[in-house]
Each structure stands twice: as C-alpha cells, then as structure tokens.
Design a protein. Structure first.
Length: 253
C-alpha cells in the first residue's frame, strides 16, 4: 500500500516590515500576530509537522515558547517562498513531499482551509500548486491594491491574479469575487523549480510572485470559501483584524 505523501507546514516570518514596524510581533488582543497564526496552523490535520522560518531571535523566542520548532534563515531573503525553501533544505525530521507555505500575517481564516489546499495536491498528482481564496465582501475591498484578486476557470484553476479591481463589470452581472489568502501549497521539487525561474513581466508589474507560475505555463488550483479573512498589510488592516478578533472572542464566551 502506498504511503501518503509527507506534508510540511512552514510559516515564514521576518521581523522587518515597511508599513508596520515589527509586524509579526504586533499585539492583537493580547497575543503577538505570529502567535495567532501559529496557533491556528497547529489545528490543521493534514500537516505532518509545522515549523517557523524566521530571521529574528525575538520571533523565535515567541514561537519556541509555543513548543513549535524554529529554523533561522538569512534576513536578505526576498520572499516568504524563498524563506520556506531555505527552511526546507535545513529541515531534517523527514523529507517532505509537499510544502504548505502559510503566510504569517493572516490569523483569521480557519485551519481547515490549509487542509483543503493540501488535499488538492493529494487528490491530483499532476497539479503543481494550490492556494486558498476568500470571498470579497464589498467594493472597497475589491478596489484595494493590497487585496490580490484571483480569477479562475470553471474547474477553479487560476487564470490570473491582479491587484486591480478585476474582472470589469461590462454586463452588470452578479458574480462572486475572490481574493488570495495566506496559504500556498506546492510539491517540494516544484517549489525549488519555481524559485529558480526568472521573474516574469506580469509578476513584476503586479507584484505577485505566483504570476511567475502562470506565465511559465504551470497549473495552480484554488479552494474557495467565505471565511471572513483579512491580512495585516497596512496599519488600517491591523486595526480591523484586532476588531474582528475581539468580536470573535466575545462570541466564544
């Protein structure tokens, strides 16, 4: 009987941030942002291990206090994917077949979203990568450049990403619209292949690294839902996330 592929969850977390100083350590209702993301990720059922890849001893101290392993990575790495790849090379507990890169600055979406994105690769051996997407709630979010919109075909394969408010509403039709949220799952070999590709024109234009996969002809599939997620990309979004978590905590009482 064939064994199930081994899945490693990696949370890249760098200390430096342009718009929010030391963002990963920002307090959100009594806990640092990175702690909230780690605690949510540990609830996923399809990850055989979870680690944090960071350039910061302060982030490492928070994560280790939660009992989660940390791999220190160079501060000059340009993206979370680069940090995840560096950590994969240094991880020795087992050789992962699939890497789930979980963005450290999105603490709101439920853990089962990570499992759903992993399942897409487990179910389709020819699929190179998967992501998750949340429903866009209003026109303000649709027009916000920090919110990366995703367009898919009828089988939920990605057609394109954009920071612009796409698609254009030419026929004034009803359509559920989605934005990317914080998990990208790839096969181990493809992660390194992807990072060895040269940056592509649309990737550089949009500032969305996943465009590199599409521009080189590789398939990526999306799991969609209505999760009520929001990433912490701006000070305003940090305040919104604090307010959303405060409301959820009141509801749990």
């Amino acid at each position: 009987m064939a064994t199930r592929p081994k899945v490693l969850g990696i949370i890249p977390a760098r200390l430096g941030s342009t718009r929010i100083p030391e963002k990963m350590l920002a307090d959100i209702c009594g806990k640092p942002l990175i702690q909230r993301t780690v605690e949510r990720t540990l609830q996923a059922k399809k990850l055989d291990a979870v680690i944090v890849a960071t350039d910061s001893k302060r982030i490492a101290e928070v994560v280790k206090s939660l009992g989660v392993p940390v791999i220190m990575t160079p501060p000059e790495l340009p993206t979370g994917s680069d940090r995840a790849a560096a950590a994969t090379k240094l991880f020795t507990d087992f050789t992962p077949d699939i890497i789930a890169t979980i963005w450290g600055d999105e603490p709101l979406y439920p853990a089962h979203v990570i499992d759903e994105a992993v399942s897409l690769l487990l179910e389709d051996p020819n699929l190179h990568a998967s992501i998750a997407a949340d429903r866009i709630k209003n026109e303000v979010m649709w027009r916000e450049p920090s919110v990366v919109k995703v367009l898919t075909d009828l089988q939920n394969n990605v057609l394109s990403f954009s920071r612009a408010p796409v698609p254009y509403d030419y026929m004034n039709t009803r359509l559920d619209l989605y934005h990317v949220i914080g998990v990208m799952v790839t096969r181990r070999e493809f992660l390194f292949q992807f990072l060895n590709m040269a940056q592509t024109p649309l990737e550089k234009r949009e500032g969305v690294e996943q465009m590199r996969m599409l521009e080189n002809g590789f398939r990526m599939r999306v799991t969609k839902g209505n999760y009520g997620s929001l990433g912490v990309n701006t000070p305003a979004e940090l305040e919104q996330v604090r307010a959303m978590i405060a409301v959820r905590q009141k509801g749990d009482k």
